[in-house]
Design a protein. Structure first.
Lengths: 929, 442
């Protein structure tokens, strides 16, 4: 497992400096220069303290046609969460940035009202005054009684951490799309039902009117029409028109393309089923009007049609349907579940989330070794695929910093194109003096020269400009990219560098007074289903980038509905230069989406103290997956540098201490120093906070164990080398606690649950040692207890026995070094989760050694046919000792892990394989405190 | 308290460092028979026969057909003459039936249920392509399970053991008697046999418990009271006998031990095995090595186990494996004692124990013998602990390992961990090549 503390570099803080001078200086390779802006906040991850809410939450609001924007509900539904944060105000803001106001009603060319299946829009928005940043997901629901049949809603994920919103954009988008899809599905169903009822009403009304007209005709033999009759006829005509309109609406709502749902994993319901149910109430008229539909409706719902008055009630008199009514209760609760899931998933610091995602992505690839020490549930889970799709600009730019001009272009593109969205600063009210201060037009060479200077300049510059009432639109969706880009060029001398786009924003926020920053986005093309495009060309016409083959970025300079015409023209010629350049260069380097191999491993560079949390990165295709660490090159001791024994085991004192401190300090920082959203612990991985709690407790118990028991090393060695450890004791709670503590050291034998049995009261058998590698055993005074002890002594050669009551351990001797690093009783690590990570990182090292050992061909098989077995054996031992730097019993650990790897790899997927028990004939010793 | 020799946890010579537990039986597993190089069958009191792969421990077949416990099992491998025949296993059960099974398909080939009593032993005369069943009478069957001939009713107790002798003869142990039968080809049919009782040998004092053929010239019997008789296989005469296994005074080269009471059970010859020069006898708790040439016990381990030794086998590498009711399996090595020729035999030693006078003569004789013959002893080189109840039998598969069966319903495959590890590596690289993962992905 790659854990956060390993990645995060050691930073010196000002107040600690004196202390640090007294300590022996860190070796050069471990020291990281001071954070350049330490004055503003020593912690580079420090968040803006101004937020009025305690943690991230989800807000659903509606733009009501009666009262305007209003908040509907928050998740979690707790007043403490939003605190003093003004939800009404914020609702107003987030509802005002829906650029995708859908057109519903009578389009010019059509006779009937037309329903548009509008794609949701996704916008990132910031409000620095409130210290709030939000991912805003706009959606429209259909309501027959609403104006234009639509009710605009939005769901917003609100966080005080802008980076979190930006970097988790794709994930947020995916998750919110699921929620939205669920809502809309329910809504379509409800809308169809509503339409059917309405149709019945209309039909009934028509019959009534028709009868009346006929009666009048009969009664009236004068040969001319009375005004009353004409009125009736008009009324009838309008009802008939209304029927046709509603039929058309019903047909439209039913023809909604369900195909797009097929791709997603998320199936809140069976579309066919919903369709059928919607079809139930269909009547003959409808079937006739829609030849595509089959008239198989035998079941008529018990609905008594009502007579419809010619004029419906006044708009403001009627009570609008609630969200729940709009969407059918089932779907509504489904949506709420999904939103709660989102809230849980994205809880915590972004640094943590990203690290988690990276390590998950990497672990996924290590399909050969990952089963050994990772959570089983963890591996079974399917990660959102999206996290591979985009590649983050920041990680990239850190590396690219020194790159030449060519590399600038990909950088630009990437920064704009990460997650197919753009991040740019577009103050809508421009500050004139800023235009003077720097050349608005710059050649490309100039740009690259300024690149580095601007790195830190941006922050101040932007801080000064964004003041007053300015609204910063940092990229909009759809029509946004091209225009906003040009806007930014016009108003600011900001290079289209990723730094400008993202990393500076945090510092600027404190300065700007009252601004809304829309930070980005456009729905990616892929979200629009093909059939949708075909049948609703009007909808696609809105997509200026529909012909963009690469699906990445859109540079078409189109008017932004929000800012509109005037500026567009003014900025056009300026924008063209930039846009073209970017476009051209992008074509020259088509690989811009490919990550550099170093990406993610070097989040910091030069003066860049780790200013950025670990970046998402797209793991390279060639990956580690089952691949070989170039076994060709490995022959005869030609090993990659990772195998350098100095790197692996040498200098362990240094690496250990720094790692320990580092992990401690960072975990401290990330949990305590960040002001928002982090008070609740980050979930270990998506949706399993329980696992995290367990880890934490196990880590804490393990720490206690290694401090309390001087013979922790041989006990852990037993576990790592596959010798079953029995924890014997009278007190169940104590035994279970010890078992839990030790369970983090137990390698898995396969992708089943960990081979740990927490509590056993019956005598053990050989079969148990095959199955379990760590057993909690009851010591009882009864005759049965004697049998238990007898069995223990009989099978003692397979067992290490930790007696929790008398505090003794009977197990083989351990003289290696790995466990000493793993479980140092003088460790400075205080927190359970930190220790857990420390353990995981050492175990990962062991895994990689085991991997190399297992998959090096020449270590197990003779190179030539004539080679005797002995020389293979000696080569194998040499490899273990010299190349892997293992000593004494450590070899056995790696051999055992290698054996597990082999078994795992050989094993056919279908069959479980016979569990086998390996053991050694080695003497045991009794350890006492 | 126990005088059993023990070995510490450090067992350098013990190759078995990996084990597989084979589960399937629901009662005591009593029999293991080898079918070919990598398959074996197990049977026991649950009446089920399992066929296992000795390498992987995979359960190949589960054969159901008997309703009572299995009393005898014998493999009948395919004869070279007819290719279409496959390997058979013949099993006899307490339900008075005998079933022939096809090892390749796991199907029941044929069932015979015309027995008046339980068949207690089965033996296959591969050379003649017939098999014999021994119960209260002796029947001869061909491969197709046709009864070729049978003897008259011999005894109610039935035949306890059968062994093939040269010249188409078989020796059957019936109580205290040893009866020699001869198969004579019948004149009328091509595949007809007649069976004829040739001789009855009544030298044993008690029931014959074990019977083993050493070579074409010799076979050995052992009885419940610890008699061991070496017979000439051609003329069925007694060549030698040993009947004082428990009497330490007879074996001066063995450390004497004082035992006040010797129950017959503890002197019963449970099992015999042999190689060309020695007969190895499991007598009570001990193991004795009887040299055929010297006609004496050359080495012994009086209390090799905590309780009766049930099965012993000689390995090619001078090693001996024994299993016992105490649930353990032990590996022994027959070693030559480093004896200095000049060293006199400490005669006074026995005086201390009060045996001096009685053994004076024997001692002298022994001394003479020692001068030109090496002295052997059994050294414990390893033990296998895994079963929780009596280990009934084991099968030695050479490199593949050792299979043991026990009253705890389990069969354990003991394997050489090193060898298995390298085999797994081999498989791993084969599979890698198969999957095409050997290419570098860069």
């Amino acid at each position: 497992m790659i854990s956060a503390p390993d990645v995060v570099a050691f930073t010196r803080e000002e107040e600690l400096e004196d202390d640090l001078y007294r300590e022996p200086p860190l070796p050069e390779e471990y020291s990281v220069p001071l954070f350049p802006f330490s004055g503003q906040g020593a912690n580079p991850w420090a968040k803006v303290a101004g937020s009025k809410f305690t943690r991230d939450f989800i807000l659903i609001s509606e733009f009501s046609e009666q009262v305007g924007p209003q908040p509907l509900l928050t998740i979690p539904d707790d007043a403490k969460v939003s605190g003093t944060f003004d939800l009404n105000y914020f609702s107003l803001r987030i509802m005002s940035v829906d650029y995708q106001a859908s057109f519903v009603g009578h389009p010019p060319g059509s006779a009937y009202p037309k329903l548009n299946f509008v794609e949701d829009s996704k916008v990132v928005l910031g409000d620095s005054k409130e210290g709030a940043f939000a991912y805003v997901h706009h959606l429209t629901l259909y309501d027959l009684e609403a104006r234009g049949f639509v009710r605009p809603f939005c769901m917003a994920y609100i966080s005080a951490d802008e980076h979190k919103i930006m970097q988790q954009f794709q994930e947020l988008s995916t998750e919110f799309s699921k929620a939205s899809e669920c809502l809309k599905t329910g809504n379509r169903k409800a809308f169809a039902n509503e339409l059917e009822k309405k149709l019945k009403d209309l039909d009934y009304t028509r019959t009534v009117l028709h009868n009346e007209t006929e009666q009048q005709k009969k009664a009236n033999d004068k040969g001319y029409y009375t005004t009353q009759a004409i009125e009736k006829a008009n009324e009838l005509a309008s009802v008939e028109k209304s029927i046709i309109e509603h039929q058309d609406l019903l047909r439209q709502i039913r023809s909604y393309p369900y195909r797009k749902l097929k791709d997603s994993e998320f199936h809140p319901y069976e579309p066919e089923c919903a369709l059928d149910r919607a079809d139930m109430g269909n009547d003959q008229d409808l079937a006739a009007s829609d030849p595509g539909e089959t008239p198989l409706y035998t079941h008529v719902p018990s609905y008594t049609p009502k007579l419809i008055k010619a004029k419906s009630a006044k708009c403001f008199d009627k009570k609008l349907k609630t969200l729940e009514e709009l969407c059918d209760v089932y779907f509504f609760t489904q949506t709420l579940d999904q939103l709660h899931h989102i809230e849980r998933t994205f809880r915590g610091d972004v640094c943590y989330l990203l690290t988690e995602q990276i390590s998950r992505a990497l672990l996924k690839q290590q399909s050969v070794t990952n089963f050994l020490f990772e959570d089983v549930s963890f591996l079974d889970e399917k990660p959102p695929e999206k996290q591979y799709r985009g590649c983050q600009g920041l990680g990239q730019d850190a590396i690219d910093e020194k790159c030449s001009e060519e590399s600038l272009a990909p950088k630009v593109v990437i920064s704009l194109g990460s997650y197919k969205s753009s991040v740019e600063c577009v103050p809508i009210k421009m500050e004139q003096e800023m235009e003077d201060s720097e050349e608005p037009k710059m050649s490309e060479s100039l740009m690259s020269e300024h690149q580095e200077n601007l790195d830190y300049l941006d922050a101040d510059i932007k801080g000064s400009i964004s003041s007053g009432e300015s609204i910063e639109v940092l990229g909009t969706e759809k029509s946004g990219s091209g225009l906003t880009k040009s806007e930014s060029q016009a108003s600011l001398p900001v290079m289209p560098s990723p730094q400008a786009g993202r990393s500076k924003v945090g510092s600027r926020r404190t300065v700007s007074e009252d601004s809304i920053e829309v930070l980005s986005t456009c729905p990616s093309e892929s979200l629009i289903p093909e059939d949708f495009k075909a049948s609703y060309p009007s909808a696609i016409n809105e997509e200026p980038y529909a012909d963009d083959d690469e699906g990445g970025l859109r540079f078409a300079p189109r008017a932004n509905p929000g800012t509109d015409d005037g500026q567009d023209d003014a900025s056009k010629q300026e924008s063209l230069v930039q846009v073209d350049a970017a476009c051209c260069i992008r074509k020259e380097s088509p690989n811009f989406l490919e990550p550099l191999p170093e990406l993610g491993q070097k989040p910091c560079e030069e003066d860049g103290v780790v200013r950025i949390p670990p970046q998402l990165y797209r793991p390279a295709e060639q990956g580690l997956r089952g691949g070989f660490p170039c076994h060709d090159g490995l022959s005869a001791g030609l090993l990659p540098y990772e195998l350098d024994s100095r790197y692996l085991s040498g200098g362990r004192e240094v690496s250990k201490s720094s790692l320990d401190e580092c992990s401690d300090s960072t975990s401290y920082i990330s949990s305590a120093a960040s002001t928002c959203s982090d008070r609740t612990p980050s979930p270990a991985h998506l949706g399993s906070a329980a696992g995290d709690r367990h880890r934490k407790r196990a880590g804490q118990n393990a720490l206690r164990f290694i401090r309390q028991y001087p013979f922790a090393h041989p006990a852990i060695y037993s576990l790592l080398s596959g010798r079953t450890l029995v924890v014997l004791g009278e007190d169940e709670a104590m035994v279970k606690r010890l078992v839990m503590a030790l369970s983090i050291f137990v390698p898995n034998c396969g992708t089943y649950a960990k081979p740990v049995k927490h509590w056993v009261t019956s005598p053990l058998h050989l079969v148990d040692f095959q199955k379990w590698k760590l057993i909690g055993l009851q010591r009882a005074m009864s005759p049965a207890g004697v049998n238990v002890l007898h069995a223990l002594s009989r099978y003692s050669r397979y067992l290490s026995i930790l007696d929790a009551d008398s505090k003794t351990l009977r197990c083989p001797l351990y003289k290696g070094t790995v466990v000493a690093r793993l479980a140092d009783h003088r460790t400075q690590i205080k927190r359970g989760s930190t220790y857990y990570m420390h353990v995981q990182s050492i175990l990962t090292q062991l895994c990689s050694k085991a991997f190399l050992f297992t998959f090096c061909h020449h270590l197990h098989l003779p190179i030539s046919e004539r080679e005797p077995e002995e020389s293979v054996v000696s080569r194998r031992m040499n490899f273990l000792k010299l190349q892997l730097g293992l000593s004494n019993e450590d070899i056995k650990i790696v051999q055992y892990l290698a054996e597990l790897l082999k078994l795992h790899y050989i094993q056919e997927p279908g069959q479980g394989g016979n569990p086998l028990l390996r053991y050694d004939y080695v003497p045991s010793f009794l350890y006492k405190i | 308290k126990s005088s059993v020799q023990t070995i510490g946890e450090e067992q350098i010579q013990n190759p078995y460092t990996e084990l597989l537990v084979l589960k399937g039986h629901q009662d005591i597993v009593r029999f293991l028979v080898q079918i070919d190089d990598c398959r074996f069958a197990s049977a026991g009191d649950d009446g089920i026969i399992f066929i296992w792969n000795a390498q992987t421990g995979e359960k190949l077949y589960e054969l159901h057909g008997h309703t009572h416990k299995i009393t005898a099992i014998a493999p009948f491998s395919s004869s070279d003459v007819t290719e279409e025949e496959t390997d058979l296993i013949i099993t006899a059960s307490a339900d008075r039936t005998v079933i022939a099974w096809d090892c390749a398909s796991g199907r029941q080939v044929q069932k015979v249920s015309c027995f008046h009593s339980t068949v207690k032993c089965l033996t296959v005369l591969q050379r003649l392509n017939v098999w014999l069943s021994g119960g209260s009478d002796l029947c001869v069957w061909n491969r197709k399970l046709d009864l070729l001939c049978k003897t008259s009713h011999l005894t109610d107790a039935g035949i306890s053991a059968l062994v093939e002798l040269p010249k188409n003869c078989v020796a059957a142990a019936v109580g205290k008697e040893l009866i020699i039968f001869r198969l004579i080809a019948s004149s009328n049919g091509c595949e007809g046999w007649n069976i004829l009782e040739v001789k009855r040998l009544v030298d044993h004092q008690d029931n014959i418990s074990s019977l083993v053929s050493v070579n074409d010239l010799t076979f050995v019997t052992g009885s419940h009271v610890g008699e061991l008789i070496v017979w000439d296989a051609l003329d069925w005469t007694k060549q030698a006998s040993e009947c004082n296994f428990w009497d330490s005074s007879v074996h001066p080269d063995v450390q004497p031990e004082i035992k006040l009471s010797q129950s017959p059970h503890e002197t019963s010859v449970q099992h015999l095995t042999s190689d060309e020069e020695c007969v190895f006898a499991a007598v009570g708790k001990g193991i004795y090595v009887y040299n055929l040439q010297m006609k004496r016990v050359i080495a012994c381990q009086r209390t090799a186990h905590d309780s009766s030794v049930l099965h012993i086998e000689k390995l090619p590498n001078r090693q001996l494996i024994s299993c016992s009711e105490d649930g353990s399996v032990r590996i022994w090595e027959l070693r030559e004692k480093q004896q200095l020729p000049a060293e006199p035999v400490p005669t006074g030693f026995f005086n201390m124990w009060g045996f001096g006078r009685a053994n004076k003569q024997a001692n002298q004789a022994a001394k003479k013998m020692h001068e030109n013959t090496p002295v052997y002893f059994l050294e414990l080189v390893g033990d296998l602990i895994g079963h929780s109840s009596a280990v009934q039998m084991f099968l030695y598969f050479g490199e593949l390992g050792l299979a043991t069966c026990s009253a705890d319903h389990l069969i354990i495959l003991w394997k050489d961990g090193e060898r298995e590890s390298s085999l797994r590596s081999l498989t791993l690289f084969k599979k890698l090549a198969q999957n095409g993962d050997l290419q570098l992905r860069l």
